[in-house]
Design a protein around this ligand. Sequence first.
Ligand SMILES: Cc1ncc(COP(=O)(O)O)c(C=O)c1O
Length: 472
Amino acid sequence: MQYRQARYDEPLLSEISSGNDYHHVESGAAIPESLRRKSLDIPSVAEYDVVRHYTRLSQMNYAVDIGMYPLGSCTMKLNPKFADRISSMPEFSTVHPLAPEESVQGNLRVMYELQEFLKKISDMDAVSLQPLAGAHGEYTGILIARKYHEVHGELERRREVIIPDSAHGTNPASAAMAGFDVVEIPSSPDGMVDMGALRAALSDRTALFMITNPNTLGIFEDRILEIADLVHSAGALLYYDGANFNAILGKTSPGLMGFDIVHFNLHKTFATPHGGGGPGSGPVGVRGELRDYLPVPVVEYDGKAYHLNYDLRHTIGAVSSYYGSFLMHLRAWAYILYHGGNGLTRNTERAVLNTNYLAKRLSGAYRIPYKPLKKHEVVVSSDSTGRRAQDIAKYILDNGMHPPTVYFPLIVHEALMIEPTETVSKADLDRYADIMLEAAREDPEGLKRMPLNTAVGRIDEVRAAREPKLRW
Ligand SMILES: Cc1ncc(COP(=O)(O)O)c(C=O)c1O
């Protein structure tokens, strides 16, 4: 087709009926007088002012490159620098997504091998790399369950997704977005799934039970096989929120635990950056016949070459443009190869050891609800100190470290949820414990005025959330 260049006074693209060939805006098209600026209000600043301004701004921030960042549930480990280097290589970063298959065999191989690694790690039968974040992976997994029930003629009846009250907020949100009714069940006094409540909630209306293991309290659900049996006997599917994979790598897997669908948060477990719901990657793995429902394309290998397969029998379609976040796949692939199976297992062991060490040091002053032995994260309550979790967090900030997640999960009063990960030294763990123990002894009124040493003092958090000012 010959593309004719559009002029500024022609209709907007959205107003053009299909069949027209308005595809490009002429670069030199005259801008009408009324829309032209008379002058540009650009400040004239010396290089030294610009450099110092941005350097100062960068110093006002806190980052994993500065120190420990133990936000529970977020797995803020230090991502190795080789992953940055590899994903910046122009050989990878400048490839066009529509390049012919035969010219990008290396990239397809990376994606194929990552699919295979994730299959092995999770004991699932097939993996799609398409979703772009953990929550997006959840949504994709739930759409798969939905289509599965539809194909089996049960969707009209199976309208419910059961989720424990300790779950991450994205779980019920994803289920609701996929059109299901959310049924919340309480946790038992030991911080695990209340089996009685689960039995009572399961019925022929259940489409899915969603759970993460270890759960958000850092506790391993040791009745998981019994849970899987109960869910499957009700004709429902079992969904694994893989956000907490860092706690189980090489030790067990969702497949061994009886799960049918799983998402991975590559940006938590496998060296890709974390932030703002992305730029992440949330691949989905499935078992058995569910492989036909995955989003397309999936990468396949016929023994000679790698191909993109768009033709899966019951596919839910594409959930992102092209193939997902390729550069994130690359980072995760490199991270897995770098550590190898034994290395990944050692990371998990170290993450769990670090958590339990910290929990032990804090246990004199802070209340540790539920079972004492944790996996990758521990939730402590500051109510035993007579101080609020928020004030303890500000004290930690004032002492140059990042506070834990606070007030989540909701089932723990004055919760501080700490996930040190494997990428901290014992010296840093000790420093962190010392600061938290000091905070528990600090004058409660003084704590309320903190932080005093940070670039920004205490802000009105409720107002900031309700009336965000997103522009200068
Ligand atoms: C347990 C759990 N599930 C799901 C998510 C959602 O992941 P994402 O932030 O990639 O959307 C998170 C994120 O922190 C999480 O901790």
